[in-house]
Design a protein around this ligand. Structure first.
Ligand code: 1GP
Length: 249
């Protein structure tokens, strides 16, 4: 089953998913990547996301091929720009940064990427990407030159997500930014969840099992965890067990 079909069918059936985010810059030695792959294998992870707002290494294809050689779950590109297109991955989130007003990230990069993507077998998933303020300026806010939505402006975030879905975007990704000081609140997630009829991904600053479970309970269909795994790999065990129980019910 393709990535979007899987996500959509889980969304329709009230089932939850979890993705591990690999930032190619942070797995400069292959042992770190193997460690993440082993974690994924041990913990029933659903997807690997690969990408970052600033990737300075040129190892993207090696990262993807190492993951694919060792684990059977789909590898989904989460690209910060058109340089992060890697044809050997399974799918690509075709991100429109709809919380921002930077035309490059609403349509400019997409025009450059579209002809390249057409010549790959990547599954292209139109995704509304919404940044929520997390207390300090994150790399993604700085690099994208956009202002995140204030974390207490629930209806602004919900209306942004709704507009994205009405424009035909198939997924909504609420992100506080990698390594965010503050994760997205349950109230914000719930407000977006009740407004849109589309799968909702939530990430950024999820560094405890409690925060992960709170995001899922508030209405996230999928959570994305990156940074926290370096310090607390056990976090995945607790969260994936909870998701397993959830999905069994
Ligand atoms: C960032 O949502 C992802 O875009 C994951 O964030 O690295 O903080 O888990 P963390």
């Amino acid at each position: 089953m393709k990535v979007f079909e899987t996500l959509h069918s889980r969304f329709t059936n009230g089932k939850k998913s979890i993705a591990v985010l690999v930032d190619p810059d942070k797995v400069d030695d292959s042992n770190k990547l193997l460690h993440l792959i082993n974690l994924a294998n041990e913990n029933c992870i659903d997807f690997f996301f690969v990408g970052g707002s600033l990737v300075t290494t040129t190892n993207l294809s090696e990262v993807v091929s190492q993951i694919k050689a060792n684990v059977s779950i789909p590898v989904v590109l989460f690209p910060g720009n058109t340089m992060q297109i890697e044809p050997s991955a399974d799918a690509l989130l075709f991100l429109s940064l709809i919380s921002g007003r930077n035309p490059e990230l609403l349509i400019g990069q997409h025009v450059m990427a579209a002809p390249i993507l057409r010549n790959t077998s990547l599954e292209v998933i139109p995704t509304g990407y919404i940044l929520i303020n997390s207390g300090k300026i994150t790399s993604v806010a700085y690099i994208s030159n956009t202002m995140p939505i204030p974390d207490d402006k629930y209806s602004l975030a919900a209306s942004t997500a709704l507009a994205g879905v009405m424009l035909g975007l198939k997924l909504i990704y609420l992100d506080a930014g990698s390594g965010a000081e503050k994760e997205i609140s349950a109230k914000m997630i719930a407000s977006v969840r009740k407004t849109i009829n589309a799968p909702l991904i939530v990430g950024g600053g999820i560094n405890t099992a409690q925060k992960a479970i709170a995001a899922l309970e508030a209405g996230a269909d999928m959570i994305v965890i990156g940074n926290a795994l370096e310090k607390d790999p056990d976090l995945l065990t607790e969260v994936s067990e909870r998701i397993y129980e959830w999905n069994k019910a």
